[in-house]
Design a protein around this ligand. Structure first.
Ligand code: AMP
Ligand code: MN
Ligand code: MN
Ligand code: MN
Length: 281
């Protein structure tokens, strides 16, 4: 069982890296990638836990990047977490997250919601602030009934707490991952609200940039979306990745390693001769 997309408390997941690895081992996962948003802070702990629980840990990341004025997510697998350029870029992303957080806080204040930045920081428990942390705070304060509602009402374009992304470019992200020895994969392609035409022009660009694969099976895709992405992967000759995008037990419909089967004609990325940084133990 292979799960190449998951989150811990190092970003917006709710389990610590150790708890996450423990859950993965209990779920029967043999290979898990920890792919926190713009952070590798959890990888060392996860690696230690993986040795203890006897599973393979792929050191990974989910980079926020800009393409055509939108934010996309790029998963890097098998990265060298000591790479200086990567660490430098992650520092900058973290700084943007902080200034964006303060701005979101101010905007929410204007909408009558007080202390949201402080609340989000408390939920985060670290210096990496995500919109998810705001969402948890807003639910706890009774401003919406669940996380999905918060995003819809407050955190997306045109809503009172929305601040646009200012991340590195897609090309910079691809180069950063490659320079750190990793494999670059477009995360959950069906989640960007792109038309079929726009999505295919993105795939064409990804191909030209040397992106290694796309996530075909994702916990954030419907079964139909998995199917459509499998077809795109075949059309563009992309190796296919799979991952639950697990954030913790709060979303019981997303489980570690509980994935739809990959289309039989797709070429799994772990069989495509790419180095995912998994070494026999
Ligand atoms: P950020 O990287 O801080 O902008 O936050 C993005 C994260 O927020 C995503 O990785 C998801 O975990 C979460 N998220 C984004 N949109 C939604 C949504 N509509 N419903 C629930 N969670 C969302
Ligand atoms: Mn997330
Ligand atoms: Mn994502
Ligand atoms: Mn994710």
């Amino acid at each position: 069982m292979i799960d190449l997309h998951s989150h811990s408390t190092a970003s917006d997941g709710t389990l610590s890296p150790t708890q996450l690895v423990c859950q993965a081992a209990e779920a029967g996962i043999t290979t898990l990638a920890l792919t926190d948003h713009d952070s590798i802070a959890g990888v060392a702990e996860a690696q230690l836990a993986a040795t203890q629980y006897g599973i393979q840990l792929v050191p990974g990341i989910e980079l926020s990047v800009m393409w055509s004025k939108r934010t996309l997510h790029l998963v890097g697998l098998g990265i060298d977490i000591s790479d200086p350029d990567l660490n430098e870029a992650l520092c900058r992303a973290k700084e943007f997250r902080l200034s964006r957080g303060r701005e979101i806080g101010l905007k929410l204040e204007q909408a009558g919601i007080l202390h949201a930045f402080e609340g989000a920081c408390e939920v985060a428990g670290s210096d990496l602030i995500s919109r998810s942390h705001f969402a948890h705070f807003l639910v706890a304060e009774g401003h919406a009934k669940d996380i999905r509602q918060v995003f819809k009402r407050y955190m997306v374009r045109g809503k009172p707490g929305h601040v646009g992304g200012q991340w590195m470019s897609l090309l910079q992200g691809v180069e950063l991952i490659h320079q750190a020895g990793g494999v670059a994969v477009l995360a959950h392609p069906a989640r960007y609200n792109l038309t079929r035409t726009k999505l295919r022009s993105l795939f064409k660009e990804l191909k030209a940039m040397g992106v290694d694969g796309i996530e075909v099976v994702s916990g954030s895709h419907s079964q139909d979306e998995n199917k459509t992405m499998a077809q795109h992967a075949l059309d563009f000759d992309f190796p296919a990745s799979q991952g639950s995008d697990y954030h913790g037990p709060e979303k019981p419909w997303v489980q570690l390693g509980r994935l739809q089967p990959m289309h039989y004609r797709c070429r799994p990325i772990w069989e495509a001769g790419l180095e995912l940084g998994v070494h026999p133990q």
